[in-house]
Design a protein. Structure first.
Length: 250
């Protein structure tokens, strides 16, 4: 039996269109119920008092203003979890009048003190803020370090959006041995030991597949040179990138 290819193509196109329209009709049937539940959900939190929502074909569009970027994310997350919601279009704006330089300085300080007592020495996260958008760059020892840095940025007043460029170091026993050896070599040095006194300003040791990078700020060019020498003496290191900055005027 011969099959007319053109007829088959037309039949399939109509079938797909019919399925799509049926799904759209089904979603639209729940719009009123979804709208009601979204309104109730937003009313539960004071920080969502200035938000509005509309629903069409199961897609909820959020608009309005919140004080913090994390509140914008939280609102979308709560709505997305509601039954029958097909998706969320998040058009919520974050209120902010703080200068970028001020927001950047406050967030940078927060990041310096983040996770002290855990993997602080093995994380390096830098931040720039432009037009309220905080861009995080760097590398962390594990996912917890990255997530913690992002949480700080999300909750910082004045941040309207967050760009995550943080890399998480690969899990490696080999790299862990290098980290510990580098830590001992640097902080047991009589000249460099003083950088352990301020937990927010350590010499950061980042290791990725045997490649060791140093970050942070030191008092003198000599301190930077000594730190590089100690890092290069660590057994098993493939290469050393000395990114330490020297205090201006030193």
């Amino acid at each position: 039996m011969k099959i007319n290819l053109r007829s088959l193509t037309s039949f399939l196109a109509v079938s797909i269109l019919s399925v799509g329209l049926a799904a759209q009709t089904t979603s639209a049937r729940y719009d009123s119920d979804i709208q009601s539940r979204v309104t109730q959900q937003l009313a539960k939190k004071q920080e969502f008092r200035n938000l509005q929502a509309t629903t069409e074909d199961g897609i909820v569009t959020l608009s309005g203003k919140v004080d913090l970027y994390e509140q914008k994310l939280d609102a979308a997350k709560k709505v997305r979890r509601l039954d029958k919601v097909q998706g969320v279009r998040n058009l919520v704006a974050v209120s902010s009048s703080a200068p970028d330089a001020e927001v950047e300085a406050r967030l940078e300080r927060k990041l310096h003190y983040d996770r002290i007592g855990y993997d602080n020495l093995f994380n390096f996260v830098d931040v720039t803020v432009k037009d309220g958008v905080a861009t995080l760059n760097g590398e962390t020892y594990n996912d917890l370090g990255r997530d913690s840095a992002l949480a700080l940025a999300n909750s910082m007043p004045g941040v309207k959006d967050v760009v995550d460029n943080i890399k998480v170091s690969p899990v490696s026993g080999f790299d862990d041995r290098i980290r510990i050896s580098a830590l001992r070599a640097i902080y047991r040095d009589p000249v460099l030991g003083r950088y352990a006194s301020d937990p927010a300003k350590p010499i950061r040791i980042v290791v990725d597949n045997g490649k060791l990078s140093l970050y942070g700020t030191v008092a003198t060019a000599m301190d930077k040179q000594i730190a590089g020498m100690r890092a290069n003496q660590v057994f098993g290191v493939f290469s050393v990138q000395n990114n330490l900055e020297v205090v201006k005027g030193s």
